[in-house]
Write a protein of this length. Structure first.
Length: 390
């Protein structure tokens, strides 16, 4: 199950310049008036907060917490949120809970955070219920308890809180705190997806793609993965790239595949990074660029992806996009081989049998061929048998 993010009840101040509709006013003048209006509104909020206005206290505390319109200041945030919380404001209790849970300007205090979330949740605040569910799910300040986590997530989900709906669906899908039920998982993913939750949209796509819990439907699978990808969810962007690359449901389009891989890779998605390297190496969806391919393979290889380590080894061995280096090739093959890459084992076997960049050692070559064979690579078995018969 993915890491559950905590929910912060933020505040958005809508400040409209008095001159916003006057097309003849210069940009500089409009900006100046906007700033003056904001300062005036901020002064009013501070004054109201000091006079005990609960809404103003929540707004001011949240502004300091998030750094919206003011310099971020956790001490000031806590001061004003404490005041609003003491007056029973559930939104302030949620944001104050976040401060204590994450130790923002104070010593981390899961017990205090849980108390605040529970007070807000008991007033019907769905964000608080969801955050409380997260504490029970991960055992933060409490004994880990999936059933309690499920209880609070369900409460938030029934209040139409999309994040909780997505997590509840995942709990049904994986049987955490509840009997595994793919039909329920689908229903809750769908509710969250309809509200625009990108993770739920992606998970719903996977269910339609595999036919788990619902009839297999490639059209709906594509619809939901595209929605998720358009919201910037990296796994969906990668998945959409795969569909365009393979021509699954849509016409094969290497240009679009490359674009989606790039979006996901820019967010650190490892397989997208690898597939981008392949596109550059083969010249699919754009010009062939072996130098960029080698650089992308190296990025993925340094993050531990064995396929990238193997391919980078090949590029160093053959001098493709990099200066030829048998030493570098051997090092990358060894990294991939340690992760069970059969082709890397085979190539190391060839290097040692022939003395290519290493001291010739047929015995060690046979050892690597044997490892490749054990991993199911037939050419490894053939090479091992050939050396064994000598």
């Amino acid at each position: 199950m993915r890491v559950v993010r905590r929910v912060c009840v933020g505040v958005v101040l809508a400040v409209v310049s008095a001159c916003a509709t006057m097309s003849s006013v210069s940009t500089e003048s409009r900006q100046s008036n906007h700033q003056e209006t904001f300062k005036s509104n901020l002064s009013q909020i501070k004054k109201a907060a000091a006079e005990g206005d609960i809404s103003a206290q929540f707004k001011l505390g949240s502004m300091f917490l998030l750094g919206h319109g003011v310099l971020q200041d956790y001490a000031q945030a806590r001061e004003w949120l404490e005041k609003a919380s003491a007056q029973g404001d559930p939104k302030a209790q949620v944001n104050l809970g976040l401060i204590y849970e994450n130790g923002l300007g104070v010593e981390q205090d899961y017990v205090r955070a849980r108390e605040l979330y529970k007070m807000a949740a008991n007033q019907g605040n769905e964000a608080a219920a969801s955050n409380l569910g997260g504490m029970y799910y991960f055992g933060e300040g409490v004994v880990q308890d999936y059933e309690q986590a499920f209880k609070w997530y369900e409460k938030a989900a029934h209040n139409e809180f999309a994040e909780a709906q997505q997590i509840l669906a995942s709990m049904y899908e994986n049987g955490h705190g509840v009997t595994k039920d793919l039909t329920q998982a689908h229903q809750w993913y769908e509710k969250a997806a309809e509200q625009g939750h990108p993770v739920a949209q992606y998970k719903l796509s996977l269910m339609y793609h595999s036919g788990d819990g619902v009839p297999k439907n490639d059209v709906l699978a594509f619809k939901w993965i595209e929605k998720s990808a358009n919201q910037g969810y990296a796994p969906a962007q990668y998945g959409l790239g795969v569909r365009y690359s393979q021509g699954s449901v849509v016409l094969r389009d290497h240009v679009l595949a490359r674009q989606w891989y790039e979006k996901a890779a820019n967010q650190g998605h490892l397989l997208a990074l690898y597939n981008m390297a392949q596109k550059h190496l083969k010249g699919e969806g754009g010009p062939k660029d072996t130098v960029t391919a080698s650089q992308l393979f190296e990025k993925a290889a340094r993050q531990g992806l064995p396929d990238a380590q193997y391919n980078l080894g090949v590029m160093y061995e053959e001098g493709i996009g990099v200066r030829q280096s048998y030493e570098q090739a051997r090092q990358w093959y060894e990294k991939a081989a340690l992760q069970g890459d059969a082709l890397a084992d085979f190539n190391l076997g060839v290097m040692y049998e022939s003395g290519k960049g290493v001291r010739k050692d047929p015995s060690k070559g046979k050892e690597y061929f044997g490892k490749a064979c054990d991993l199911g690579l037939q050419i490894g078995c053939d090479a091992y048998r050939r050396l064994n018969e000598k």
